[in-house]
Write a protein that binds this ligand. Structure first.
Ligand code: NAD
Length: 484
């Protein structure tokens, strides 16, 4: 049995930057897969728009090539790919100039859902927004999808929000954070708010601390220019890790509806305490195994940009008072491993005595490389020798537990693009949320700049700088190991 496929309305989706890396690796494969599951209805169009002069046939070959490369097994079926390409068009448009807009208007249908995906550099967003309005391409329910980075700091994010607000209502703007589209991230809400078991324990009284890790093995080669101006704090913490933290920490929304959910997330960000300098560690990877160091990758021997950050923060509200949230993300670490772990407190009293040992319950939500949820429970170690306690996982690997039901489910981009077509903003960031996240991030980065802070070197393919472990040990805790 495959999962239930909900039909969507006929749509025109214009991908500005349709020849770029993100379009080829994520957006087009996502649309193709939804096509295979019947969610690109007859009459729908996917229109690539970029500066290059290409014929529609040339663009269809580019799309077919991208699908073969990034579209997985289904995209090896050339008939399916050709059938999808029948929906594909291309128009050369210069977002900053006047050429191409009339041709774009001509390929769009007047009566279908219309969305524009801004898969171009952030410097082009406001030109695009203006261009769309100036050329009469925007109706009341037209949507735009805006990629990260959304601003470089609070000031630029506010400016961008103001610019977009001149041309679009907030209900038309979909600020995408693909972490929110992951099945497990939504499962986090299902686990919290669909079970009686967890929510009564979900607070400072029963939870010792929470860890959020997003570890990658890749370095920044190939995108060093962008990364050097950004760093892990802007590239990962301000958006992805912050969003995960919000879903863990938020109060139950009254309904699973866009503003109800986003109001609760916003309250969490606003309740975040400012981070003390000794509660944050920055690092830069060194060279190893024939791989270049961070500084070599970005071609800047004096770079002060971090490729790793670990920090401790507190959510100053009734539910979480005194419960630390430890966030950690980095490049060139020993494993690709993203997970959230909720570590519960010790039992108040051990009836088995000190020899039995003491273990803590841990609920771990894995996002990468495989999605799943594990709950560690304490049981008796089997066999003779008295009462000794061990922790065993109650494991739920989605792939094992759900098997065929997973067929037809979508990855993050697929789900989020379909949400845009359906007009559902629940999993997209609102203007005030993005600004609140920058308002929290800015003072941290400004502090580094004011102090001339230099990130600590750390071994490539290791666990990050030792100082990150020291920070944990000071609190009598330790990071969970990165799963290889
Ligand atoms: P890219 O450089 O590979 O592609 C940029 C695209 O924009 C090209 O198709 C180019 O023709 C088009 N373009 C540039 N200027 C234009 C103009 N004036 N008018 C019309 N088209 C124009 O970039 P990318 O990696 O695909 O990234 C696109 C956006 O997505 C960026 O904002 C980036 O930060 C964001 N993003 C990318 C990734 C990724 O994995 N590549 C991940 C997350 C976010």
């Amino acid at each position: 049995m495959v999962s239930r496929i909900i039909p969507v309305e006929t749509f025109d989706l214009v991908v500005f930057g349709g020849t770029g890396d993100l379009a080829k690796r994520k957006i087009l494969p996502a649309l193709f897969k939804r096509f295979c599951f019947g969610q690109v209805p007859d009459g729908s169009k996917v229109v690539g728009a970029a500066r290059g002069e290409l014929s529609t046939l040339d663009y269809r070959s580019l799309v077919a090539q991208a699908l073969r490369e990034y579209g997985g097994e289904m995209a090896q079926d050339s008939e399916k790919v050709s059938a999808f390409c029948e929906h594909v068009d291309y128009v050369a448009v210069d977002a900053r100039g006047e050429s191409g807009w009339t041709e774009l208007a001509d390929v769009l249908s007047p009566d279908v859902v219309r969305a524009f995906y801004f898969s171009v550099g952030p410097g082009v967003y406001s030109d695009l927004a203006q261009g769309l309005q100036r050329h009469g391409l925007v109706a009341d329910d037209t949507r735009i999808v805006v990629e990260k980075p959304f601003g470089h700091d609070l000031e630029t994010a506010q400016a961008l929000n103001r610019e977009l607000a001149q041309f679009f209502n907030e209900s038309q703007i979909y600020r995408i954070d693909h972490y929110l589209g992951k099945e497990t991230v939504q499962n986090l809400m299902a686990v919290r708010f669909g079970n009686m078991l967890f929510e009564p324990l979900w607070n400072a009284q029963y939870i010792d601390h929470i860890q959020i890790t997003v570890a990658e093995t890749v370095g920044v080669a190939g995108r060093g220019g962008y990364y050097e101006k950004s760093g892990a704090m802007r590239d990962m913490v301000q958006n992805h890790l912050m969003q995960l933290l919000c879903l863990i920490a938020m109060e139950p929304p009254a309904q699973f509806e866009p503003d109800a959910v986003r109001d609760e997330k916003l309250k969490v960000i606003r309740a975040l305490d400012s981070v003390q300098p000794h509660h944050i560690v920055r690092g830069q990877y060194t060279a190893a195994d024939g791989e270049m160091s961070y500084r070599e990758d970005v071609d800047n021997p004096r770079s002060k940009t971090e490729s790793f950050v670990a920090l401790k923060c507190l959510v100053n509200n009734w539910r979480w008072a005194g419960t630390p949230f430890y966030l950690r993300t980095g490049k060139r670490l020993s494993a690709r491993d993203s997970e959230i772990t909720v570590v519960f407190k010790d039992t108040p009293h051990s009836i088995f005595g000190p020899e039995a040992g003491q273990h803590r319950n841990e609920l771990s939500i894995q996002l990468q490389p495989n999605e799943g949820i594990t709950l560690n429970v304490t049981i008796k170690e089997p066999g003779p020798g008295g009462m000794r306690l061990i922790n065993v996982p109650l494991d739920m690997s989605f792939a094992e537990a759900l098997g065929p039901k997973l067929e037809g489910t979508s990855d993050a981009y697929e789900r989020l693009i379909m949400d845009v077509i359906r007009g559902n903003q629940t999993l997209f960031m609102r203007d005030d949320e993005v600004e609140a996240a920058w308002a929290w991030t800015d003072p941290i980065i400004q502090g580094w700049e004011a102090r001339g802070d230099v990130p600590k070197p750390y071994d490539a393919f290791g666990n990050g700088p030792d100082d990150a472990d020291v920070m944990m040990r000071r609190d009598g805790r330790e990071w969970r190991g990165l799963d290889k």
